[in-house]
Design a protein around this ligand. Structure first.
Ligand code: AMP
Length: 271
């Protein structure tokens, strides 16, 4: 990969990197297309990064479909698909990690303490190998974007972040590789999360700004489903992830994480 990147660089091409865990779907495709608008070539990485899974999480059963992923990335015109092994990324005795201590702490950082340390360590390695000009990240994971933005700035990395659109299934469920694990019945329950976000968007559109009111109404919608277990719902600043009392257009994020049975999912909307 390093040799391929050097060659593309020497040819004067700019590179956009799209890091993924694989099991590619329409959300990833939208991101690849966004990346293609921002650089001459697109490199997609497929790596189920064990560092970003906690000990009791679903690393073992995370969906893997490498052949289909390579086919899809090729169809979308990717110049390369980088698929390092765990051994290559973290050989025996590996002992260097990257952490960000502020933006990564609340929300998913609170409930999944290994997550952002794993993401940052893995992604910094991918960036160092691929040497991209642009890093493409989906708006489906706004805290991930905020953490990477902060870390890249703090570490003075000359990589520009561009975000790709949030892609949902027609019924409103956020596309996610883990959606395969839920039954149609569970899916119907999970859809109340999208309904809660739509309600919140409607409130904001009609002029409501107060965070407590928005969170309370959204929580009411979530409470109608028996199998849904909400981990957090919060209105935060989209850059710092700190709580906000009022919606500030262009700055606010309503973020939700929840369990439907034993599948942990997230959803959100930007105001
Ligand atoms: P993942 O494979 O889940 O780690 O995601 C890899 C990249 O694709 C991340 O930047 C995600 O934000 C993005 N992504 C995943 N699902 C979606 C989606 N439904 N809509 C938009 N982007 C997504």
């Amino acid at each position: 990969m390093r040799a391929a990147s050097k060659k593309m660089c020497a040819e004067g091409k700019t590179i956009a990197l799209v890091p993924t865990l694989g099991a590619l779907h329409a959300g990833h495709v939208a991101l690849m297309r966004r990346a293609a608008q921002e650089a001459d070539v697109v490199v997609v990485s497929v790596f189920v990064n064990p560092l970003q899974f906690g000990t009791n999480e679903d690393l073992g059963k995370y969906p893997r479909s490498l052949a289909a992923d390579v086919g899809l990335a090729g169809k979308e015109g990717a110049a390369a698909v980088f698929t390092p092994s765990v051994k290559e990324m973290y050989p025996k005795g590996y002992s260097t990690f990257v952490t960000e201590d502020r933006v990564s702490k609340p929300l998913c950082g609170m409930s999944r303490p290994a997550l952002f340390r794993g993401v940052l360590t893995g992604w910094l390695k991918l960036i160092n190998i691929v040497q991209p000009d642009v890093l493409a990240m989906g708006e489906k994971d706004p805290q991930q974007i905020a953490v990477l933005r902060k870390a890249l700035a703090d570490l003075s990395l000359d990589v520009r972040i561009v975000s790709g659109p949030f892609v949902r299934d027609p019924d409103g469920l956020a596309l996610n590789a883990r959606n395969d694990f839920i039954t149609p019945k569970q899916r119907a329950e999970a859809l109340s999360v999208h309904r809660a976000l739509v309600l919140a968007e409607g409130m904001v559109a009609s002029g409501v700004k107060n965070a407590d009111r928005i969170v309370a109404e959204a929580t009411h919608v979530l409470g109608e489903k028996r199998r849904l277990r909400v981990i957090y719902i919060a209105l935060v600043n989209r850059e710092t992830m700190e709580p906000m009392r009022e919606v500030v257009p262009g700055k606010s994020l309503l973020a939700i994480a929840y369990w439907v049975e034993d599948v942990r999912l997230t959803d959100s909307c930007l105001f």
